[in-house]
Design a protein around this ligand. Structure first.
Ligand code: ADE
Length: 230
């Protein structure tokens, strides 16, 4: 069974629409929809926005459905300035950009002491499949580090910092939390995101204008990839 988590309805509704044999269950206040897409068993949840909701959702999903792979899907802000609206970024790894204990222990920003790393590595095989299918769909796609934190980034300076400190390609608000929960539980994960804005001073205007277009690109790629990933 593949587990799929998106923060917002716009990021998962297109997948729910093509699910067959759907059965819904609610755990921790989150609805989990189980069924098949392209003959593959999947469970899909809308977590809500931010790392707390994403962590709770991933934990409940693992406990209740024991997925063999967890995919976090949706939209992201571009940190790499060469990324364009609608382009796909697939995680090579994920970092929590707002996790910082450096003042008390001198560890690097983003350091996760429990996992002993800054960057949680994504499942390379799944990353490769998603990149190939995005290219086959005619969507520009590349691998990269996805930086997650509990803020919407709409600031040129913060964007530059995410690139300089973490080597991030894109930013969003859930992926690294899903990644950490998956890693703690020894479950492979991958993050698939399409660019909805530039995470820059104009991002608050671009996001509402392009969110649906970007979310649909992620859904298009994922709906085709599920069969292979399963
Ligand atoms: N998701 C989409 N765009 C984002 C941004 N600029 N910051 C955080 N999360 C996002």
């Amino acid at each position: 069974m593949i587990g799929i988590i998106g923060a917002m309805s716009i990021e998962v509704d297109g997948l729910l629409a093509i699910m067959t044999g759907r059965r819904d269950r609610t755990y921790c206040g989150i609805r989990f929809s189980r069924g098949k897409i392209g003959g593959t068993d999947v469970v899909i949840a809308r977590s809500g926005v931010g790392k707390v909701m994403a962590s709770m959702c991933a934990s409940a999903m693992i406990t209740r459905f024991a997925p063999s792979l967890i995919i976090n899907t949706g939209v992201a802000g571009a940190v790499d300035p060469t990324l364009k609206i609608g382009d796909i970024i697939v995680s090579s790894g994920a970092v929590q950009h707002d996790f910082d204990t450096s003042p008390i222990d001198g560890t690097p920003k983003g350091w996760n002491a429990e996992l002993g790393t800054v960057t949680v590595q994504a499942d390379a095989c799944s990353t490769g499949v998603l990149l190939r299918i995005a290219n086959e769909e005619g969507i520009s796609a590349r691998p990269g580090i996805i930086a997650s934190g509990d803020s919407f980034i709409a600031d040129n300076e913060k964007k530059a910092e995410l690139a300089a400190v973490f080597g991030a390609s894109a930013c969003e608000m859930e992926g690294a939390a899903v990644a950490a929960v998956a890693a703690y539980n020894h479950i492979p994960f991958v993050i698939l995101r399409a660019i909805s804005d530039g995470a820059d001073n104009g991002a608050h205007m671009d996001f509402p204008a392009f969110c649906k277009f970007a979310a649909d690109n992620s859904i298009r790629v994922l709906s085709r990839a599920i069969k292979e990933l399963g």
